[in-house]
Design a protein around this ligand. Structure first.
Ligand SMILES: [Zn+2]
Length: 445
């Protein structure tokens, strides 16, 4: 018994499947990419050497339209070949029989195709494929997906163009978010400043929309960078991502939100973490917070210090010391990783640059060049995204942004806590005598 198999795949829509997907020994696998040349070869070969079974994944793979498919089916059947489509319903029984087939079995399975049943299914599949192919061709040409351009842009002939009247609004929104790290705050600001009403979820979509970062994102989730003018640069984009990640972990702004200094401050004297205690005065609304050595072993005990005072001094100190700490040359850096990623980008860019020549010389055809170009640019986008997410590159920029006292004062305690933990491992309180105290920031780097 001779079993052959045929695989057709459209390189626009899928990468070529492996030839050993059948789970049983095949005498020969014919494979086509984008045309049906090998199928013709298969039919020609079968006129010389008879095959008993032909395995395909789906009948649609036999042609571009129903006429072609029926024609090939007719030819193959006329050659006495039983066709089994492994991914379509009707084939399951036949598949079972074939798997259990023993060469000496007298009752050879007879598998008849029910074309009329499949006709509708094939037609629908073909229509879907054609639509996908259209989108895929546009994608390969790196054209924007169908539909309205996002706010801040308008559709140009082959790419998005900055809309000079609305883009500054979007830009301002991003800057506001970067400054205060609050989505709702930025949304409110937009309405107050420009009368532009958007919902927080729209605001969130803006913050993550690749279009504002100069990239196109397609339905298949692939991203191509540098397709049009960006509204935010990669560093800002990476910072937005960090803020969003941090905010998503933040508890909602409630009275029970953890204090920004909780667990961070230790008493140098007794090496104990200082607790936060709350004191409310009788019949008064005001509450006072203190930092106190928990179970202080000293005699007399270390004095409690007003929380607000410590916080104020920490903010002053961080604004002075953080830029210095970040500027240190011995910072653990990811420069080697970064250099390696950048080198990969350069290499891929070099391949892209060669493509026009290869096309001109007739080594590659236009479709292959477009596909290769598309894939390389997707890979470059992924690499660039990795580079942007590397922390040390951003650290300088972040340190600059957070070295203004106003920045810290505008944050809620919960937000402040997250920022502190981004940079500070520990805060040590040192005491000179019973009254005076000082503090020392221990950065995480
Ligand atoms: Zn103490």
């Amino acid at each position: 018994m001779r079993i052959i198999a045929y695989i057709y795949s459209d390189p626009l829509l899928e990468s070529a499947p492996s030839t050993d997907i059948w789970g049983l020994e095949i005498d020969r696998v014919y494979q086509d990419l984008g045309d049906h040349q090998q199928l013709e070869q298969l039919i020609a070969d079968c006129t010389i050497e008879k095959a008993n079974y032909l395995l395909v994944r789906r009948l649609e793979e036999l042609g571009d339209n129903i006429e072609m498919i029926s024609d090939r089916l007719g030819k193959l059947e006329a050659l006495g070949i039983e066709i089994i489509a492994t991914e379509q319903d009707y084939s399951s029984v036949g598949w079972q029989q074939l798997s259990n087939y023993a060469p000496h079995d007298s009752t050879e399975p007879h598998l008849k195709l029910n074309l009329s049943k499949l006709l509708q299914q094939i037609q629908t599949n073909k229509q879907r494929t054609r639509l996908k192919q259209g989108h895929a061709r546009n994608r390969l040409k790196i054209l924007p997906p169908p539909g309205k351009a996002p706010y801040g842009y308008r559709r140009g002939q082959d790419k998005y163009i900055i809309d000079k009247s609305t883009a500054p609004v979007v830009k301002d929104f991003f800057e506001r978010f970067l400054l205060f790290g609050s989505l709702r705050g930025a949304v409110k600001y937009l309405e107050k400043r420009y009368g532009k009403k958007i919902s927080p979820s729209t605001g969130r979509n803006w913050l993550t929309n690749p279009v504002y970062r100069g990239c196109l994102k397609y339905k298949n989730n692939e991203i191509i960078s540098h397709t049009h003018a960006e509204i935010i640069n990669p560093e800002e984009a990476a910072q937005i991502d960090r803020l969003l990640r941090r905010n998503s972990r933040l508890p909602t702004r409630t009275a029970s939100a953890p204090r920004s200094l909780a667990g961070l401050v230790i008493c140098q004297q007794c090496q104990l973490t200082m607790n936060i205690t709350r004191v409310t005065q009788h019949q008064k609304k005001a509450e006072y917070l203190y930092l106190r050595c928990h179970k202080c072993p000293q005699q007399p005990k270390c004095r409690a210090i007003a929380y607000a005072q410590v916080l104020e001094r920490i903010i002053d100190k961080i604004c002075v010391e953080l830029p210095q700490a970040v500027a240190q040359p011995n910072l653990p850096d990811n420069s080697t990783i970064k250099a390696k990623l950048k080198q990969e980008v350069t290499q891929k860019q070099a391949v892209i640059n060669q493509l026009p020549t290869l096309l001109q010389q007739g080594i590659l055809d236009r479709e292959t060049v477009e596909l290769r170009n598309y894939n390389l640019r997707t890979e470059i986008s992924e690499l660039e995204n990795k580079i942007a997410q590397l922390p040390p590159g951003n650290l300088q920029a972040i340190a600059q942004a957070v070295s203004l006292p106003q920045f810290w004062l505008d944050l809620s305690e919960a937000e402040r806590r997250f920022y502190f933990r981004e940079f500070i491992k520990q805060i040590k309180i040192t005491r000179n005598n019973s009254q005076a105290w000082d503090l020392k920031l221990v950065f995480i780097f």
